[in-house]
Design a protein around this ligand. Structure first.
Ligand code: AP5
Ligand code: MG
Length: 223
């Protein structure tokens, strides 16, 4: 899943992975878990995430390489938040050797909507789950709890307005070039992420189906 902060990568990756019985591999979630657990990688990543900057390619490639080697990823997986640089994308191509096809879905959402979504997102401070349909703009009751574990709902540490601006700039500079990197491939598709989540999910499933079977022309960006 390729797309800017707030495009809905995590939301859609979770739905699609659950519907296919394959793991969702989210590098952001893995890093936040490492921070919470106080591991060496977590200590290294904590400040970087808080500033909205990217963790180094070497670290991220190592994490994903090890995760894809686990048994549950053998029959397929959904990657959320990786790759984010051309260096990560070329490393992923090597990891995919003999496993393909790698289907790349770009979720397209304009920046006004991205800022709106991130400034009102609520997540669980225990398990990190996003509280869909609950946002600060609509006045979240202070005692509102996570639907999965009962934890407290809070703002994600990097959803502060200034950090969101930096994350969007970093996306434009370092990750958007991946659209050019991938869009020449027949397994690249774009979906309109401005629609309601159910519509995005339906378009995304259709795009993955078409890309996997090579049915329609390459690219597939919305006109
Ligand atoms: P990461 O966790 O990957 O964050 P991100 O890419 O900035 O994306 P978000 O998680 O903020 O947004 P999303 O697209 O998942 O949207 P969501 O579904 O939540 O990375 C965090 C940090 O970790 C990075 O900044 C970096 O420091 C580090 N990192 C991670 N991977 C790395 C890598 N590979 N290399 C280097 N560093 C790395 O949706 C957002 C909100 O919108 C939610 O509230 C949701 O409910 C709502 N929403 C979703 N879909 C819709 C819809 N269709 N309509 C209305 N609302 C919607
Ligand atoms: Mg996410």
């Amino acid at each position: 899943m390729l797309g800017p902060p707030g495009a809905g990568k995590g939301t859609q990756a979770e739905r699609f992975a659950a519907s296919r019985g394959i793991p969702k591999i989210s590098t952001g979630d893995m890093l936040r878990q490492a921070v919470q657990d106080g591991t060496a990688i977590g200590q290294l990543a904590k400040e970087t995430i808080a500033r909205g900057e990217l963790v180094s390619d070497d670290v991220m490639i190592g994490i994903v390489h090890d995760r894809l080697g686990l048994a549950d990823a053998r029959a397929g997986f959904v990657l959320d938040g990786f790759p984010r640089t051309v260096g990560q994308a070329t490393a992923l191509d090597v990891m995919m050797d003999g496993r393909g096809p790698l289907i790349v879905i770009e979720i397209v959402v304009d920046e006004v909507e991205l800022v709106r979504r991130l400034s009102s997102r609520m997540v669980c401070d225990v398990c990190g789950a996003t509280a869909h349909g609950v946002d600060r703009a609509n006045g979240v009751a202070a005692d509102r709890q996570c639907r999965l574990c009962g934890g407290k709902l809070v703002q994600r540490s990097d959803d502060d307005d200034a950090v969101v601006r930096d994350r969007l700039a970093i996306y434009r500079r370092q990750t958007k070039p991946l659209v050019d990197y991938y869009q020449v491939r027949p397994t690249f598709r774009s979906v309109d992420g401005l629609q309601p989540p159910d519509r995005v999910a339906a378009d995304l499933a259709a795009a993955i189906e078409a890309a996997g079977s090579g049915r329609t022309s390459p690219g597939g960006r919305p006109s």
